[in-house]
Design a protein around this ligand. Structure first.
Ligand code: COA
Length: 426
């Protein structure tokens, strides 16, 4: 068990792939995989696997005390002209601490290492999906987008009169995610969406190859994930990934259709949804990863037009290098405010910054002028995609204002007309 005093912690590259994988399986209580090691680790490049050692502690030699991995990804951020701009982001994943070593500061040390490492590599943002909401805020991540799990019944109707011509030009075809060439097509569709759907996150080819891989465990008692691909004028414009599970209550067909991903233009999404609610033998359709502002809400006249709706956090965003990350996105209004930023985990961001936006371009420079407002760096991460309201954070006591109106001035520059889309799981 854990020693009373905290051990010295060393974080470096995880060179033992077997040990790295065993640590992940232990932390996430996963069944042992049957695929070769390199296949199980695909999507987390070898030089992006890191491990924490608790020096001198009694450590199980088959696992590391702590691990984390980084997926190289691209994120769509506001471009200042109502659309998206693509920036590189470190997709933090595979984070885990051996149960014997938890609450000894291993995660804290690994995140500090991650921020320094990412900064060295010239990447200015880190992003993740959190297993539990209380973990990452203290390390400077802010909740930048939300997503909803939504249930709709078979035969649900969606009304969008001004999209009908576009929808009529789209055909949808059934496929399976393991089909030859499908992963590449998925990736191309998602890459196209970076230009329009802020919040979209896209991994590299290896990541998509992994998304298209189905393990024997996954298909033991069920079908492999299926896909519907939407095509317009010979070009892929959207896709849905789903899986059907038989249900026969009282001898009536009522299969559950679990839609794991729906990507595409609004018209493609509508065409895909209409097919999904019209699948034979289905009863309910469970949709994952819909943003609260998704067009779906207007096609059904608000949330009461849907079955169960469960909100939860989508992407957490962390400014690794404050001035560069603020310069990397565009803005829809001017501002000139002095912000006192608190950042313990990446202290190079801490201090007083003048954030100036002129004609859509932002710049942050250090200053000794009096601060107009004070906030934790996580608040800037939360607002970064334009969806989490700084003025509401001020009202909620997370941001404090010294010059009246300065928070609203900053928020008007950060906010966007259309909120961020949910980010796919990674
Ligand atoms: C979450 C996890 C990585 C935390 O690792 P850890 O080494 O115990 O974390 P640390 O000791 O560095 O904790 C840092 C702080 O965060 C807090 N914290 C850590 N995990 C927390 C959790 N799940 N909920 C609330 N607070 C948490 C600690 O109490 C500590 O607070 P303190 O600084 O006030 O003492 C570890 O519990 C774990 O592996 N969990 C299972 C897998 C998982 O959830 N991974 C995250 C994937 S997104």
């Amino acid at each position: 068990m854990a020693a009373e005093t905290r051990p010295e912690i060393r974080v470096e590259r995880a060179t033992d792939a077997q040990r790295f994988l065993a640590s992940d399986k232990l932390v996430w209580f996963d069944a042992p995989g049957t695929d070769p090691l390199d296949l199980q680790l695909r999507g987390v490049p070898e030089d992006q696997r890191f491990a924490a050692e608790a020096v001198g502690a009694d450590v199980d030699p088959a696992t590391y005390a702590g691990i984390y991995g980084v997926r190289p990804m691209q994120l769509s951020v506001p471009d200042g002209a109502h659309a998206g701009r693509t920036v590189p982001v470190a997709g933090l994943t595979w984070v885990g601490v051996h149960p014997d070593h938890r609450r000894q500061g291993l995660l804290t040390a690994m995140l500090r290492h991650h921020f320094e490492q990412t900064r060295r590599e010239g990447v200015h943002l880190s992003a993740l999906h959190a297993s539990e909401p209380a973990i990452y805020g203290r390390h400077g991540y802010g909740l930048a987008s939300l997503e909803l799990d939504i249930e709709v019944g078979r035969g649900a109707t969606f009304t969008a009169p001004h999209l009908e011509d576009d929808v009529a030009a789209i055909t949808t075809r059934l496929a399976t995610i393991t089909d030859e060439g499908i992963s590449e097509r998925r990736r191309r569709i998602d890459l196209d969406l970076l230009a329009t759907n802020v919040g979209t996150i896209v991994g590299d080819e290896e990541f998509y190859a992994e998304l298209g891989h189905v393990t024997a465990n996954e298909t033991r008692d069920s079908e492999p994930p299926r896909m519907l691909i939407a095509v317009r004028d010979g070009r892929d414009v959207g896709y849905a990934v789903f899986k059907r599970t038989h249900k026969w209550p009282n001898s009536r067909p009522a299969a559950e259709v679990e839609v794991r991903q729906l990507s595409g233009t609004p018209a493609a999404r509508l065409a895909l949804l209409r097919r999904l609610v019209d699948l034979d033998l289905a009863g309910t359709i469970k949709l994952h990863g819909f943003a609260p502002g998704d067009p779906l809400m207007s096609w059904v006249e608000g949330p009461r037009g849907l079955g169960d709706v469960h909100p939860f956090d989508s992407l957490w965003v962390r400014l690794v290098e404050l001035p560069r990350s603020l310069a990397a996105r565009g803005y829809e209004a001017d501002c000139d405010v002095v912000v006192e930023v608190a950042d313990e985990a990446a202290p190079w961001n801490a201090g007083r910054w003048r954030i100036r936006v002129k004609d859509g371009t932002g710049e942050a420079t250090t200053t000794d002028d009096d601060a107009d407002l004070s906030l934790p760096v996580s608040a800037l991460g939360a607002a970064y995609l334009g969806g989490t309201n700084l003025a509401e954070m001020h009202r909620g006591g997370v941001v404090s204002e010294h010059r009246p109106g300065s928070v609203r001035e900053l928020w008007r520059a950060f906010r966007t007309d259309i909120g961020p889309y949910a980010a796919r799981a990674f």
